[in-house]
Design a protein around this ligand. Structure first.
Ligand code: SF4
Length: 164
């Protein structure tokens, strides 16, 4: 499952079309101001703790508190919380598959002064297996899934590609 990245899990919940575009190497996310803003929030909110951990090209953990066994994911807004939640659950599952067990996750929303603990249950692991299968099927489609027509499209890196 190393080809399934945390970003793909996130996009699976946000927009299947976005997932397809990303998976088919149409990468425009680096141009998104919102992504840059999100990174800046992470860097300024926790400057003393911030040590990004890149693992297997699958994930970039914003920072990890190894003493308490917590991995942190920093987000700007909680509007896509389900996507954030499953992204962190996937990290926990992937790390468990590599023999790193007993971790928990935390979603940090510094702008909202809110934190959410993320645990991985047996049911989550079963659901993640299904999600991985669904992502693989979406990636193989010959054409991208339909557009969503959601308000958040205007903040998406693929907005012009979808709507211009
Ligand atoms: S602009 Fe909207 S429809 Fe297009 S990829 Fe982004 S979220 Fe999906």
């Amino acid at each position: 499952m190393a080809h399934i990245t945390g970003t793909k899990i996130n996009y699976f919940f946000v927009c299947k079309r976005k997932l397809w575009l990303f998976a088919n190497q149409i990468e425009m996310e680096q141009e998104s101001d919102l992504v840059a803003q999100g990174k800046l929030i992470g860097e300024t909110a926790y400057p003393e703790k911030r040590h990004e951990l890149a693992i297997d090209g699958v994930m970039v953990i914003d920072f990890a508190d190894l003493q308490s066994g917590v991995i942190h994911e920093i987000k700007k807004s909680d509007k896509m919380e389900e996507a954030h939640l499953w992204q962190v659950k996937y990290y926990l599952w992937y790390l468990k598959s590599k023999g790193v067990e007993g971790l928990t996750g935390e979603l940090d929303y510094p702008k909202l002064k809110r934190r959410e603990t993320v645990a991985l249950t047996h049911e989550d692991e079963e659901r993640l297996k299904g999600i991985v299968t669904e992502i693989e099927a979406i990636e193989q489609l010959d054409a991208p899934p339909p557009k969503l027509e959601k308000k958040f499209c205007k903040n998406c890196a693929y907005f012009e590609l979808c709507w211009a």
